[in-house]
Design a protein around this ligand. Structure first.
Ligand SMILES: Cc1cc2nc3c(=O)[nH]c(=O)nc-3n(C[C@H](O)[C@H](O)[C@H](O)COP(=O)(O)O)c2cc1C
Ligand code: SF4
Length: 475
C-alpha cells in the first residue's frame, strides 16, 4: 500500500487528470509500477489481484432475507473467473432497507450461517468476500411487504426525485437505532467469515441522503454544514470499529460528485471538493479503503454509464408503477416513443465530455491525491491496458467491475490470456440493469449471443438452476 502525501486538489478533476498525464514529476509517477493483475495489500486485507466484482443486486433470495442457492451460484460465478474480491450485492441491515423484496439481508443473527456458506464457496476460489451493508432510505424500486403502507425513512420528508417514493425524516432515536443496526450487521458479517464490509454511502441510498446538500434539509446536528451531513456516516464507521475492532476490513463507497439535478428543479448537491473532505474524514474515522462512484441517484445518467435501453424499461417499469408518486409520469415517457426524446435530452445532458470507460476516473484520482488509503474506481472498466496504465500511474489502486463481469464472469481469465477485452465484451447497453426489478439477473444483450434468444436465456438461467429437492418437515 502506498501512503502518498495528501495533496490539496485544486480546480476541476479533469484538469488534474490531464495535468498528471502531462508531467512526470507528479507523485503518481513515483509509485512503483503495478498493473491490475498484481496483488493489492490493504491495511487489513490482501487481494490476489486488483479486480473487485462490484456490487450487483438481483432478485434471487427468500422473502425473509435468507440467501438462496441461486445467490451462492451468483456470488461464486466471477470468483471462479478469477477476481480478487467479490463485493456482495446490496445487503440491507434492516428489512425496511430493502430496495426490492427478494434481496438477502443481514438483519438477524440467524443469517450468519447461510452467509457463511456463501463466504466459504467464494473462498474456495482464493477470492475474498466483502459484504456491502446498506439501507435504501427513500430510494427503492419494489418496496416489499415490510414497507407497504408506510413511509420510508430518510434524512428528509421530500420524496426521491425520480420515482417519488413517499418518505419521512428520521428522528434522532431512529438514527441511533440505524447506527446500531449497521454495527451489528458488520459484526454478523465478520462472524459469517466475510473478509470485510463496504458501507454503501453512494448513489442516493440512505447515507447519500444525509451527505448530499441536494437532499438533506435537516436543521439538527445531522443537517446543515458538510460536517453535520457527514455525521451519520462517521457515527456508523466509529460504531462498526467499536463492534468489530480495528483489524476487520472496512471500505466506504462514496459518490465523488452528486449531480443530483437530473430532474430539473432539484439542487445539484455535493461538489468534488466536498466529497474529498468527506473522504478525509472517513479515513480518519477508521476506513481502510474508498470505492469511488458518481451520482446521488440510482440509476443516474453517469452510473452505470452507457445507453438508456428504452425498449427494455418500457416492458419492465410496470413492476414499479404503484410504488411511487412519479412512476406513472416516467412510464409514459418510457412507453411512448414520441415522448422518449424529451426524457433522453434530460438524461443525456450530464454525459457530455465523459467517457463510458472510467466515467469517474478523474474524480478517483482527485480523491486518491487527498487520502492515504487505497482507492477503488468503478464505472465502465473493461479494457486491461486502460486500467493498467492508470494503476501504474498511481491514479487509483484497483477497479470494481459490475457489467463487464455480468457479460463475462471470466474477464480476468481473458486478461491473463493476453487479451485486452474478451471477444464479446459488454456493450454498456444497460439492459441488465433495466431488467433487474422484474426479471432474473443476467446479460440481456442479444448481439452478444448472435441474436439467439435461447442462448441468451440459457446463459441467464445458469445461476437459477438449483436442486429440485424440497425439505419435508419431520422426515
Ligand atoms: C444490475 C445491476 C445491479 C447493481 N446493484 C448494485 C448494488 O446493489 N450496489 C451498488 O453499490 N451498486 C450496484 N450496481 C452498480 C455497480 O456496482 C457499479 O458500480 C456500476 O454498474 C458501474 O460499474 P460497471 O460500469 O462496471 O457496471 C449495480 C449495477 C447493475 C448493472
Ligand atoms: S445487458 Fe449485457 S451487454 Fe448490456 S450492459 Fe448488461 S452485461 Fe453489458
Amino acid at each position: 500500500m502506498i501512503h502518498e502525501e495528501a495533496v490539496q486538489p485544486s480546480g476541476d478533476a479533469h484538469d488534474l487528470l490531464s495535468a498528471s498525464e502531462g508531467t512526470e514529476t507528479q507523485a503518481a509517477f513515483e509509485a512503483p509500477l503495478r498493473g491490475v493483475l498484481s496483488p493489492l495489500a490493504m491495511r487489513n486485507l490482501t487481494l490476489k489481484n486488483r479486480v473487485l466484482r462490484s456490487s450487483i443486486s438481483g432478485r434471487f433470495d427468500h422473502e425473509d432475507g435468507t440467501p438462496t442457492q441461486t445467490r451462492l451460484n451468483w456470488e461464486t460465478l466471477s470468483a471462479e473467473g478469477g477476481v480478487g474480491a467479490i463485493i456482495t450485492s446490496y445487503v440491507p441491515v434492516l428489512m425496511s432497507g430493502r430496495i426490492i423484496a427478494g434481496y438477502a439481508t443481514i438483519h438477524e443473527d440467524r443469517l450468519i450461517e447461510p452467509w457463511s456458506d456463501i463466504a466459504r464457496a467464494v473462498h474456495n476460489y482464493g477470492t475474498k468476500m466483502i459484504m456491502q451493508l446498506s439501507h435504501s432510505g427513500r430510494q427503492m424500486d419494489v418496496p416489499g411487504v415490510q414497507n407497504l403502507h408506510q413511509s420510508t425513512l430518510s434524512s428528509t420528508d421530500r420524496p426521491e426525485s425520480l420515482h417519488g417514493f413517499p418518505t419521512r425524516a428520521m428522528t434522532i432515536s431512529e438514527i441511533e437505532h440505524m447506527v446500531h443496526a449497521f454495527a451489528r450487521a458488520a459484526w454478523r458479517a465478520r462472524e459469517a467469515g466475510m473478509d470485510g464490509v463496504e458501507l454503501h454511502a453512494a448513489n442516493g441510498y440512505l447515507f447519500s441522503q444525509f451527505l448530499s446538500s441536494g437532499i438533506n434539509d435537516r436543521r439538527d446536528r445531522y443537517g446543515g454544514s458538510l460536517f453535520n451531513r457527514a455525521r451519520f456516516l462517521l457515527d456508523v464507521i466509529r460504531a462498526i470499529r467499536a463492534e468489530v475492532g480495528s483489524s476487520f476490513h472496512l471500505q466506504v463507497k462514496l459518490s465523488a460528485i452528486d449531480l443530483n439535478d437530473v430532474i430539473p428543479g432539484e439542487r445539484r448537491g455535493n461538489s468534488l471538493d466536498e466529497s474529498i473532505e468527506v473522504a478525509r474524514w472517513v479515513e480518519t474515522a477508521g476506513a481502510d479503503a474508498l470505492h469511488v462512484s458518481i451520482g446521488s441517484l440510482f440509476p443516474h445518467p453517469l452510473n452505470p454509464p452507457g445507453d438508456f435501453a428504452f425498449n427494455t424499461i418500457a416492458s419492465t417499469y410496470d413492476a414499479m408503477l404503484s410504488s411511487g408518486e412519479h412512476t406513472f409520469r416516467n412510464y409514459l415517457f418510457f412507453r411512448y416513443p414520441t415522448l422518449r426524446p424529451l426524457f433522453a435530452l434530460l438524461w443525456n445532458r450530464m454525459k457530455r465530455g465523459r467517457p463510458v470507460e472510467g466515467v469517474s476516473a478523474a474524480e478517483a484520482l482527485a480523491i486518491k491525491r487527498a487520502v492515504g488509503i487505497p482507492v477503488i474506481s468503478t464505472g465502465g472498466w473493461q479494457t486491461r491496458s486502460a486500467i493498467d496504465s492508470r494503476i501504474e500511474a498511481g491514479h487509483f489502486d484497483a477497479v470494481a467491475i459490475a457489467r463487464g463481469l455480468i457479460a463475462n464472469p471470466d474477464l480476468v481469465r481473458h486478461w491473463e490470456a493476453g487479451l485486452e477485452v474478451p471477444p464479446r465484451p459488454c456493450t454498456h447497453c444497460n439492459k441488465c440493469l433495466l431488467n433487474a426489478p422484474k426479471n432474473p439477473l443476467g446479460c440481456y444483450e442479444p448481439s452478444r449471443f448472435d441474436g439467439d434468444p435461447d442462448r441468451m436465456i440459457e446463459a441467464i438461467m445458469r445461476i437459477y438452476r438449483v436442486s429440485s429437492e424440497l425439505v419435508v418437515p419431520h422426515e
